[in-house]
Design a binder for this molecule. Structure first.
Ligand SMILES: C[S@@+](CC[C@H](N)C(=O)[O-])C[C@H]1O[C@@H](n2cnc3c(N)ncnc32)[C@H](O)[C@@H]1O
Length: 360
């Protein structure tokens, strides 16, 4: 059998294995919760067989796209297999040990259960919560250590495949600067968290300068471990609020932002978009990725509503109705596109070469 066929089978097998593992984990942990903490069990609408089949089809389409992008050289096929396997294996028992405190928070709706040492004055109010009922919110090394694995389980092993959907539009958008030295091109990842998106960008565009910003020092520390361990340009990781980016105007050629918007109140989403527009150089590109929304994925309405019942996501209900295309265009962006891949919608938008003032 030719090598590419074998690699494709290996990729599909890996993804299938992760999907089974993710589903088995969720099934088992729900059973355990029913047994040990029945009052924490959320009241969910049952998912029909038809819906399950269309979710499976949507995962297949995502993975097909992931494979195609590797085939056409947007990133290497090796990247499809990369993950901190040993780190995840050693942390997996901690995911289980963490469950009872998550159930307890859900049961009594305790949503501001944060470490005592957190200086509450340096964060916006909306941030000081246990998103997803996560232990310590985003504000401890413990939380940062478990986050990637928890997201991977939540999305049945497709999280990185979804994050990689920003790579093709980003590379394409940066083409306008192709006559420049690659090392002079800057890409900023907003709300970079533990750096999984930056890692995907770094692997596919190793020569460019990468920057990441996030409010959580613990998450940035975790990101630093994976992003700055090899030779090559240092990735700059900065603690800061995406609503007030600490960068000069028009100095960054590409901006990405993955899974932030559903965790922001509406006004903050607008502030972040204005800041993206300000820092991007005219001609540069913004690639946003976040949860699918009701308008584009009405067939998954039940999944969106169940997600919001299981996890503490205070702004999700508002987010899934928010017209991001409209917001992008009133911010001043042009050439706006959007496309969904399984649970993720990806928007691309260009800052015009001659930007006008905002229209509203
Ligand atoms: C759901 S996580 C997404 C992390 C990462 N982009 C990923 O793909 O996994 C949301 C991240 O947004 C960060 N965050 C939330 N509000 C923020 C803000 N106003 N400014 C900067 N980062 C913020 C959190 O600390 C957290 O790391």
């Amino acid at each position: 059998m030719p090598q590419p066929e074998l690699t494709k089978i290996a990729y599909k097998t890996l993804q299938y294995g992760k999907s089974i593992a993710g589903m088995a984990h969720k099934e088992l942990s729900t059973k355990l919760m029913e047994l040990l903490a029945p009052s924490a069990v959320p009241n969910l609408e049952p998912v029909s067989r038809e819906l399950l089949l269309s979710l499976r089809k949507s995962i297949d389409q995502l993975e097909h796209q992931d494979w195609q992008d590797a085939e056409r050289g947007i990133y290497s096929k090796a990247q499809l297999f990369e993950a901190p396997w040993l780190d995840w294996a050693t942390r997996y028992p901690l995911v289980w040990l963490d469950l009872p405190s998550t159930w307890e928070r859900r049961k009594i709706n305790k949503i501001q259960d944060l470490p005592n040492e957190v200086d509450k004055n340096i964060y916006p109010d909306y941030y000081l919560q246990n998103f997803h009922h996560q232990t310590d919110g985003y504000l401890s090394n413990h939380s940062a250590g478990l986050y990637d694995l928890q997201v991977e389980i939540l999305f049945n092993g497709t999280a990185d495949a979804m994050r990689r959907r920003v790579l093709a539009p980003l590379k394409n958008g940066l083409q306008v600067f192709r006559s420049r030295k690659k090392s002079s091109i800057k890409v900023l990842d907003i709300a970079t968290g533990t750096g999984r998106t930056l890692l995907q960008i770094q692997r596919s565009m190793p020569e460019i300068e990468l920057l990441g910003i996030d409010l959580s020092l613990s998450y940035l520390r975790k990101a630093n471990l994976s992003l700055n361990k090899q030779n090559g340009p240092l990735v700059q990781l900065i603690r800061g609020n995406a609503e007030a980016l600490p960068f000069e105007s028009s100095t960054i050629q590409g901006v990405t932002c993955v899974y932030l918007f559903h965790e922001l109140p509406r006004y903050a989403r607008e502030n972040v978009l204005n800041e993206c527009f300000r820092v991007i150089e005219p001609g540069g590109i913004l690639v946003l990725a976040d949860s699918i929304q009701l308008e584009d994925s009405p067939e998954f309405e039940l999944v969106l509503s169940n997600f919001h019942k299981v996890f503490h996501e205070p702004f999700y209900k508002d987010y899934i109705h928010d017209d991001i295309n409209y917001k992008l265009s009133t911010t001043g962006f042009e050439n706006i596109t959007s496309e969904s891949f399984f649970m993720t919608r990806v928007w691309t938008a260009k800052k015009p070469l001659n930007p006008l003032k905002k229209t509203s």
